[in-house]
Design a protein around this ligand. Structure first.
Ligand code: NAG
Ligand code: NAG
Length: 218
């Protein structure tokens, strides 16, 4: 009885040892990878274990998120790594639409190709129903009326329990006035090349007002 348990235990220990030696030998320069702290593979693994729906609060940068673009494509925000970004919620039918789109296009033309500035626009219908269109209509409006070439995403909620996880996270990073909720259309977040929020601007701030701040980040 005892010897059987003993044999089982020693067999287990032997197995574990063999497995460890095996993975150690795969390391380079005779390093043992088991106790060497996080390697690239481990970091990738923890990234893929990140589930934005439940883990959004734990995000360290925007590259961990994904969103659906206006053409229905699932986009990992990892594609923006190393770029300075403006993330903004947009509306088609509102007093601020014209100036915001126009100046965003201007910023993008000036700093897109030359400095790698990327603009991520998220249509949202949460403010007095001023973005009632379908994805196709929104895209048509933005590209035909303002010649937008920056990235537009699918319509999302920015407030409430159904808010997109990226927006939930953005709001905890750039604090709002009194509450974190997005008050109005055209709230702008500036993201640095490390994927962190550096500022949040109100709807009435014009995109060109952000120029000085952007220049420091390029
Ligand atoms: C979108 O891509 C992410 C990985 O970047 C994946 O985790 C997620 O499940 C995908 N979502 C959909 C709806 O395909
Ligand atoms: C959609 C929406 O609420 N539009 C508003 C955007 O913000 C400006 C100024 O704060 C308002 O004038 C718009 O009506």
């Amino acid at each position: 009885m005892f010897s059987r348990i003993f044999m089982t235990v020693s067999l287990l220990i032997l197995l574990i040892t063999i497995t460890k030696v095996d993975s150690c030998e795969k390391g380079e320069d005779g390093h043992c990878m088991v106790n060497d702290g996080p390697m690239d593979d481990d970091i990738k693994k923890s990234d893929s274990l990140f589930n934005q729906k439940v883990d959004w609060e734990k995000a360290e940068n925007i590259y961990q998120f994904y969103a659906t673009d206006i053409h229905g494509k699932n986009v990992s925000l990892d594609k923006y790594r190393g770029h300075v970004l403006i993330i903004i919620n947009v509306a088609s039918e509102c007093g601020l639409t014209e100036i915001n789109y126009k100046q965003l296009v201007e910023l993008h033309e000036k700093y897109g190709k030359s400095k790698g500035l990327e603009i991520l626009a998220f249509p949202s219908n949460q403010f007095a129903g001023q973005e009632p269109g379908t994805s196709q209509e929104i895209y048509k409006f933005a590209t035909e009326r303002f010649n937008v070439k920056f990235d537009i995403f699918e319509k999302i909620n920015v407030n409430g329990p159904d808010a997109h996880p990226l927006w939930k996270w953005l709001k905890t990073q750039g604090k709002g006035f009194i509450t974190d909720d997005i008050k109005w259309n055209f709230t702008k977040f500036i993201i640095n090349k490390q994927g962190k929020v550096v500022s949040r601007s109100s709807p009435t701030a014009k995109p060109l007002d952000l120029e000085d701040e952007l220049i420091k980040l390029f």
